[in-house]
Ligand binder design. Sequence first.
Ligand code: PLP
Length: 293
Amino acid sequence: MFTNVYSPLEKLNHTRLNELWVKRDDQIDPYISGNKWRKLKYNLARARDLQKTHLVTFGGAFSNHLVATAAAAARTGFKATAFVRGEVVDNEMLLLCRLYGMDLRFTDRLSYKDKEALFQKYFGNNPDTFFIDEGGAGADAVSGCAEIVSELPEDVSHLFCAAGTGTTAAGLLSGIKTADSKTVLHVIPVLKGAGFIRDEILKYCDLEGQLVVHNDYHFGGYAKTQPELLQFMKTFIADTGMLIDPVYTAKLFYAIDDLSDRGALKPDEKIVALHTGGLLGIWGMKNELRSIY
Ligand SMILES: *Cc1c(COP(=O)(O)O)cnc(C)c1O
């Protein structure tokens, strides 16, 4: 299943930017969405090489990574267990995880902090299990994300992506380095106080001169929003016909729009925005979204 990827590059109409393109990783799969597919690819390959049969991973109750892992496991014949951060809850995303056969174990926030210890405690004696970090983070995820760059044209001036942990961004920067390309990578952290992201990315790839981190587009922090962002999202989706999510990609496209407004992006430069998927995040913010109509 990880061989043929469908992720077209589509041009977007923009009032000021004549060469704005979107790499549609959201089209790869509705549930193994976007960068989560890229991040899981080599993790699953490794699990299979090691003859493991049971994936064990971690995430919050609205985690795109959990749904992606559950779907990928079911399609490739792995069992899957997830430690879910916090008290017992139910929502659309956890329901999908269950439908895909994932075993959910709600875990208090303190125990959740030490994922290795949790894994050891419950699965340390089980030789069939394979540990996948929260969000799929790690070197295998970076390798998977680096491949995105090889699917892009060589003359891209600016490549944009949203960031949580920065693993996807690290992969893109590695891909740029491998291709010996002049593309500048622009990263939009969705967390507040994400000063650590730059160092996190540079841990995997030292191409410092081609990395720009824009720390002012978090709108209050992770899974936080503001009326201005919701209004932007509403107009954007109706105008382009392309769905974006409130947690990651709305902040990404808002940033591109704002930077072009400020003259930081020139009208004829080739710009690619990576659509990392995550559209199920709409259900995590359905009340806020309903409030704008
Ligand atoms: C998980 C996720 C990200 C963040 O990826 P990182 O590699 O953790 O930076 C970005 N966009 C979407 C849609 C996601 O689901």
